[in-house]
Write a protein that binds this ligand. Structure first.
Ligand code: HEM
Length: 207
């Protein structure tokens, strides 16, 4: 029998969909800042002129420092909601998560034939989603260390110094892009019912 089952609470759906354009804006303005690094001026500028991303340091910084407040606010509210509502139980890794993630990997590679457990988030999803939330925290902390290196010198120290904080900040951005590619591929693979649940909150279940 087919019926509708609740999947994603309204608040989570808002936080999720607000996060997407905010993160895109952070990456875009980050690229404008990144490309202004003086050493790159020595390189051939043709491609960057064509893409119109050269000489836009001030604009990149203004956008980055404006949208970071919204990105941080949305992220903090999401984490608070997830903790207070108890949704974290479905999200964070627990005992057996690694084994389950391995089974999901084998299943996705079509090596393992048994069906996956019918849970909200399987082991691979728990690890991926929790990691991307921790990465968000890492971006905020390493960003703060670069933003105010004198006032937050102790934060930079956590990353092995200013250059270490810059490296982590950059590496996390690459991490988001990789997460995004896998996330989108998996969402497409999982199909319309799964995607629609992230929009309207309910999914169709076939008993
Ligand atoms: C076009 C862009 C995106 C689409 C279509 C999309 C789609 C989805 C869907 C359908 C789900 C539910 C998946 C499931 O049942 O496993 C989901 C969950 C999730 N997505 Fe995305 N997503 C997008 C962008 C992003 C981005 C940019 C991030 C963060 C970097 C992100 C992080 C997450 C997280 C953490 C969850 C779990 C949320 C929770 O239940 O607490 N997504 N996404």
């Amino acid at each position: 029998m087919r019926h509708l089952a609740k999947k994603h609470p309204l608040a989570i759906r808002w936080f999720h969909w607000i996060n997407f354009p905010l993160l895109a804006m952070m990456i875009w303005s980050g690229i404008l800042i990144y490309w202004a690094y003086p050493a790159y001026l020595k390189l051939d500028q043709t491609t960057w002129r064509a893409l119109k991303i050269n000489n836009r340091l001030a604009e990149g910084m203004a956008l980055h420092f404006f949208f970071m407040w919204l990105f941080a606010g949305n992220g903090v509210l999401y984490v608070l909601y997830t903790l207070l509502s108890g949704e974290w139980r479905e999200l964070v890794p627990r005992r057996g998560t690694l084994r389950e993630a391995w089974q999901v990997l084998l299943h996705d590679l079509r090596i393992r034939k048994e069906p996956l457990p019918r849970v909200k988030f399987n082991g691979a999803q728990r690890i991926a989603y929790t990691s991307v939330i921790v990465m968000g925290l890492g971006s905020l902390v390493s960003g703060l260390a670069i933003y105010k290196p004198v006032q937050f010198a102790w934060l930079a120290w956590l990353f092995g110094g200013y250059q270490g904080a810059r490296f982590v900040h950059f590496a996390l951005t690459v991490g988001y892009v990789l997460f995004f590619l896998v996330h989108i591929a998996q969402v497409i693979r999982a199909g319309w019912n799964n995607f629609r649940a992230m929009v309207i909150g309910v999914e169709v279940v076939n008993e």
